[in-house]
Design a protein around this ligand. Structure first.
Ligand SMILES: *Cc1c(COP(=O)(O)O)cnc(C)c1O
Length: 403
């Protein structure tokens, strides 16, 4: 059932009216003479979102998971070793995908609620004198636990070890919402999907590719066909697609990029940070712990909240939807039942966030949680009031450029 209420799941996120209109277009022939210029401008716009000038962008008809599969199969061969941390459901699923492609995954287990363990990565890279590790995986924002990892620090770890492995980043719930710098952080493959920070319906996997990753495609032995990036890069360079692209979604993507550009990426990140802080203050006022074990690793796109002993978080999520028509995220995998998640990425305002917090309070009160109605809302209101004037007067991107 589709409701007029906003959703508070960390994807798919709320689709702005402007993007709903943008995808509602008559058929545009993808082999027509004006398609190449449209596609070229779109790919350029996406580079800005990934903060890359040196990399290339590939857009597959797929959800984000297809982008993972493309990243892995295009640059690696069966038996290749990759280094990954498991600290949530998404990092777990990426490891599983690698294993099914017969990669040799060196898994570092970390508590769910922790970020990528830099010391363990450094140790593994230093010990790998023969450079058998071909790729290092980082889930920038672990959507299952609401934890952000430090990609720049992983880059430094690779550099300090003088290790040539590729750096892969799952940025599905961070790109377009939290600062992500493909070039500055030396990321070789970065993956996102259309339905999170980009605020669109599901259906596109967007992958940033470095020159080093592109070179690895020449020797990679994993089978791929539909997701072969050489076919894709070869045809998009000429303005075409190796198969029929979902043109309406590409129109939407162009508009989503324009929205991010107009707001300004820094302002987009600041808005996410500010809204997230309000949610975290609300959770603190409820007296509930975050899944994120340290405040500095709290995600700006989703907040995962531990429910009190004796309560079932899945029942809370179900109740909020059935009674109030509002979707929150449940716990996934190891943390199922123990936490619920408030997604606050994509199109989100103070007012929307407050409505989600108010609904969460009603649902918790209905189910006998020891939470005072209004306590979290009041804490978030105080933060939003305190910071609203500053946020509203932040220089617009055009003004900054003119200055
Ligand atoms: C949503 C998500 C995915 C999966 O993307 P799909 O579009 O559902 O295939 C992968 N990683 C992270 C971090 C996510 O948030």
């Amino acid at each position: 059932m589709s409701s007029p209420n906003p959703v508070f799941i960390p994807g798919p996120t709320n689709i702005p009216e402007r993007l709903r209109r943008a995808v509602d277009v008559p058929t545009h022939d993808h082999r027509a003479s004006d398609f190449p210029a449209f596609l070229a401008a779109l790919l350029e716009g996406l580079k800005a979102v990934f903060q890359t000038t040196r990399g290339e962008i590939v857009v597959f008809p797929s959800s984000g998971t297809g982008g993972w599969e493309a990243a892995v199969t295009n640059t690696l061969s069966p038996g290749d070793r990759v280094l990954a941390a498991r600290h949530g459901m998404f990092s777990h699923r990426w490891i599983d995908l690698c294993r099914r492609h017969r990669l040799d995954v060196q898994v570092i287990e970390a508590p769910w609620g922790e970020s990528v363990p830099l010391d363990a990565y450094a140790e593994a890279l230093a010990a790998d004198r023969e450079h058998r590790i071909k790729a290092v995986l980082v889930t920038h924002n672990e959507t299952a636990t609401g934890v952000r990892s430090d990609v720049a620090a992983v880059r430094r770890t690779l550099d300090d070890a003088g290790h040539p492995a590729l750096l892969f980043v799952d940025g599905v719930s961070s790109i377009g919402a939290m600062d992500f710098r493909m070039d500055d952080w030396g990321v070789d493959l970065a993956v996102t999907g259309s339905q999170k920070g980009l605020m669109l319906p599901t259906g596109l996997a967007i992958v940033g590719v470095s020159t080093k990753a592109r070179a690895a495609m020449e020797t990679a032995g994993c089978p791929r066909c539909y997701f072969d990036m050489r076919d894709m890069l070869g045809t998009t360079a000429g303005g075409g697609y190796p198969y029929t692209p979902p043109v309406p979604l590409l129109y939407g993507l162009r508009e989503a990029v324009a929205m991010l550009e107009e707001e300004g990426l820094d302002a987009v990140f600041a808005r996410h940070r500010r809204i997230a802080e309000g949610v975290r203050r609300a959770v603190a006022a409820w007296g509930l712990p975050l899944c994120a074990r340290r405040p500095e690793i709290g995600s700006d796109s989703v907040t995962a909240i531990m429910v009190p002993e004796g309560h079932d978080a899945d029942a809370l999520v179900r109740h909020a939807y059935d009674r109030y028509g509002v979707s929150f995220g449940g716990g996934l995998g190891d943390v199922a039942g123990t936490l619920f998640r408030i997604g606050h990425l994509g199109q989100m305002t103070d007012v929307m966030a407050l409505s989600g917090l108010a609904t969460a309070e009603m649902a918790m009160a209905d189910l006998g949680y020891p939470v005072t109605l209004g306590s979290g809302v009041a804490a978030a209101q105080a933060w939003y009031r305190e910071t609203a004037a500053e946020a509203a007067t932040a220089p617009a991107p055009a003004a900054t450029a003119a200055a």
